[in-house]
Design a protein around this ligand. Sequence first.
Ligand code: NAD
Length: 735
Amino acid sequence: MTNVTNFRFEVDADGIALATWDMPGRSMNVITPEVMGELEQIIEKVAGDEAIKGCVITSGKEAFSGGADLTMLQGLGAEYGRLAKEKGEETAMQFFFEESRKLSLLYRRLETSGKPFAAAVHGVCLGGAFELALACHFRVLSDVDSTRVGLPEVKVGLFPGAGGTQRVARLMQTGDALQMLFKGEQIRPLMARNMGLVHAVAPRDAIVQTARDWIKQGGSAVAPWDQKGYKLPSNKVYSAAGMQIWPPANAIYRRETQDNYPAIRAILESVYQGLQLPMDLALKVESRWFAKILRSKEAAAMIRTLFISMQDLNKGARRPKDVPPSSLKKVGVVGAGFMGASVAYVTANAGLNVVLIDRDIEAAEKGKAHSHKLMSDQIMKGRAKTADRDALLSRIKASADYGDLADCDLVIEAVFEDPKVKAEVIGKVEAAIRPDCIFASNTSTLPISGLAKQSKRPDQFIGIHFFSPVEKMMLVEIIMGKETGDKALATALDYVRLIKKTPIVVNDSRGFFANRCVLAYILEGHLMFTEGLPAAMIEQAGKQAGMPVGPLSLNDEVGVDLGLKILRATKAQLGETSIVPEQEELLTTLVEKEGRLGRKNRKGFYDYPEGGQKRLWPGLTDLQAKHVEAELVDMQELKQRLLVTQALEAARTFEEGVITDPREADVGSILGFGFAPYTGGALSYIDFMGAKAFVDLCRSLQAKHGDRFAPPRILLDMAASGDTFYGRAGAKKAA
Ligand code: NAD
């Protein structure tokens, strides 16, 4: 073998080869063209050398591998575009098909090389890397908790195109296989063994030996599906058993995706067609779908936002470079209520010490008890040990004494949303903390620059806006006040990185970024309701558009009363014209006449019966002055209204300089409020449609539904110049 640098290759006295994948200068192995070339050499060496009985593949790193280099796949798309222009669509397509199936062919060569291959896996082994393991004839996983296998490609709009769909569907019942492929979840070792994905689980330092022993004891070099008499786990597609599976599979696909995700549809097609064919042809079918999906705009949008941009933001794309890394050790959280208690938990969970303060020690202890409960739940699920809970709780000091904040590096306040209470707390905290300590507010509605007026050091004052539930929501908005300085920004970003969430940096404005867009979504739902549309159709339109929940349901979650409170505060500050009267009337009736506050009192747009499923409140129709016949409703338009209104708000935040980087709008919109992920986010939705088409759509909605759909200047300019948000951002960076 010549020049193999990404693997170490050795053969032991029994003639068993060990290929240790360990890419120099990288913390994680990824599949690159070089790795593919070297793997090919290894396969040919093992296949061709009579002295070698078989080969174990393992990793020299803490993890096995995260899979293929997605930027390599992005590059393929660019090459396709170039070839299509220069040599025509057919040549480009041919090139694309051949290139995009190289990995699949390589794995098939390994599987049919005539020598047994075994994968010994420790740590994460995902995507193309797990497809490598699946092509091996034997798989053993370490029993360590961090070990995970899975095929998460669907999460970035792709699907497993290197044999994954075919091998998984031949290893387990079709229904289970489809579920695994649709969801793309990471699977723990014992679960993987129970599902039949791997053959064995062993202690970490025994995995290579287990794999070797399997080869030594005559492990077969023929995959089950290449053996004579192999039977599919769910029998043939066209059989009585198959008919139990496929019709519901189509329905489940529709229910789960609303047909918005071509990659998931491609999984369904690949498995359905592939299971009717012998392996080599089945792989070819999978490759054809893969080539098609790789060129889809959904894949391009999702790879860009959910992989590349998210990684950039997580790595600190917005962090001021010249501020040295902060050494955060102790964080103060003031206000141990709903939000503060959770902020204390995620902070302590990241290994930081926390001082949790409330008005009295009982309230502070109550906030700390939240961490006890969360950890106890983890213990019940077998995900943590009692010692972990003890250690985490020992890092949280509940207190009513502001003096305990003296040695904190950062203090986050989450007290009542009342400027007077906030002002008092700011004064008390600043009297107690070190001069270099950063102060952050978790306010969701009060402008940071206004609060900073209460501070003696506004350059050290910043917003760190969490979303609820804090434990689950991955987004954190960092809000820059007018005078916020670089050190405060760097510290806030370092903190968000430590607690493993994704930050976006926004400039001060009412509602910041995420809540502005969310409110637009909810408003549109309310207006559809007051127009007389059936509530069920409004909710369904939200889901079909790709939102996680309908707008009325979302309003119930945040609280119908909170919606009314925000609306009234806006009216008080910005005047009558800043709100929509129909919305105020609807919310006033719901809250003040009907006492329907949302999920919190089990009565909102929905009823929430104890122990039962929520359902739309039958009294809703009585609140509608008119009713539109369901048959006359244009669902497509409802879907458009619900997405366009959010995208427009996102564009306005960009125009106003609240958001300055389209990556943050896109990542923020998906992580913050679940904006239809297949679009790549609220601004990518506009970019992929094209500003001109988007402006035309806005105009037609404006003519029918009013000026809230009027496109702002920035979009008119983009429509005229043919520009995109990303194009403009790129040009600005280059200038
Ligand atoms: P909450 O009422 O549950 O908690 C507030 C806590 O602050 C209470 O425990 C209260 O005792 C304590 N407190 C009040 N005055 C205090 C003082 N002077 N000193 C110390 N403690 C004091 O409220 P919450 O929902 O947790 O909201 C807190 C903040 O977080 C608000 O600014 C809110 O806008 C913001 N926020 C809330 C959400 C949400 O979904 N609830 C989301 C994002 C941000």
